[in-house]
Design a protein around this ligand. Structure first.
Ligand code: GYE
Length: 347
């Protein structure tokens, strides 16, 4: 079902080419140009991208991406940009990379509103603080699609959320952890970005499942590693110093688990054996670690949302109704099957 990724060279080139500035301003409109002479009016070049004017029937979408904190995020960006590149006759993408800052995402959304795009897409870095800018988009008649993370706003302020059930991911991770450690022992938890729905809910699901069904498992420490490999490693180092007897680590994403694996090795222990890992995402790096016997389980979270994102945006532009939550269907992968499936992984 999953499409293979296009060559990374192409994607790297596209990334460099299209990142930020929130897209250049659209060429001056012609239909309702103010009193200007023909010579003064800007003439769009033949190969210029389609303007965001009313005359264009292209679907113009602004997407405010979080940043480049993880392999998962890069895969999602690639999926969105690849779709836009492959459908450039009907779609125009304005892409902003907010470098993990909410203020940059808000600026990008305001810029998309000014440019009068058809639909705005947003992966909200944190859940709160969106009411005002969402209301501005609504006043301008521009629907908002929440992609991959939710926002804590009234449902009337956005059109739909496309993404996974993070509470379920957390619960599934807990079951896998319990199975791996025989239902008992001390474990640690590496949390994602503070205030991000993907972190809050993955923690809730995991912690609740452990508390409800596994009385002999103790979460002895839980701290944020901001969804990055570097911070996952750093936090794991300190966990290992103060908790030498832990038997497992649950990380809210694979990148942090990969960082933790490095820390475990540097501490002279065997990841995958002395300390087992369960994480979320299903990126290639964790499959490689599982094949090498250094990681144990990943709960999949599909980042290849580009096609669904644009299809949904097209529906909204046409005034069609869409579901309030379009849920991703994800799987679970353990180290015993990693070698068999690694080559078929699309990200
Ligand atoms: O799991 C993590 C990323 O929002 C679902 O964000 C996404 C999460 C993903 O940085 O790796």
């Amino acid at each position: 079902m999953k499409k293979r990724l296009v060559s990374s060279i192409l994607c790297a080139a596209m990334l460099t080419a299209s990142i930020v500035g929130c897209g250049s301003a659209a060429p001056e409109k012609t239909a309702q140009a103010p009193a200007q002479t023909v010579e003064e009016a800007e003439t769009p070049k033949a190969d210029a991208p389609a303007a965001t004017d009313e005359g264009s029937d292209k679907l113009v979408v602004g997407f405010a991406q979080i940043g480049q904190e993880s392999g998962w995020r890069d895969a999602e960006t690639m999926s969105i940009q690849t779709y836009a590149a492959e459908h450039s006759d009907t779609v125009e993408l304005k892409f902003a990379d907010a470098q993990q800052k909410q203020e940059n995402q808000i600026k990008a959304i305001k810029s998309f509103i000014e440019q009068d795009v058809d639909v705005i897409g947003l992966a909200p870095v944190v859940e709160t603080g969106w009411d005002q800018v969402f209301a501005e988009a609504q006043d301008a008649g521009i629907p908002i699609i929440l992609l991959d993370r939710t926002a804590d706003v009234d449902e009337s302020l956005y059109a739909t959320f496309i993404g996974s059930d993070f509470i379920e991911e957390g619960k599934e991770a807990a079951k896998q952890m319990a199975e791996l450690i025989g239902g008992k022992g001390k474990i640690v938890e590496l949390e994602g970005t503070v205030g991000a729905s993907a972190a809050t809910d993955r923690k809730t699901g995991f912690d609740e499942e452990i508390a409800a069904n596994y009385p002999d498992i103790e979460i002895v420490a839980s701290q944020t590693g901001d969804f990055t490999r570097a911070q996952g490693k750093e936090v794991m180092e300190s966990f290992l110093k103060s908790n030498p007897d832990i038997v497992g680590v649950y990380a809210h994403n694979d990148d942090m688990a990969l960082g933790a694996i490095e820390a475990i090795k540097e501490a002279g222990l065997k990841p995958g054996e002395d300390i087992v890992t369960v994480s979320v995402d299903g990126v290639k790096g964790i499959f490689e670690a599982m094949v090498a016997g250094e990681a144990n389980c990943t709960v999949e979270c599909n980042p290849l949302l580009g096609p669904l994102f644009f299809e949904t945006a097209a529906k909204l532009k046409n005034g069609e109704s869409v579901e309030k939550w379009v849920k991703s269907v994800d799987g679970v992968f353990t180290s015993d099957i990693a070698a068999d499936v690694i080559d078929s992984r699309a990200y």
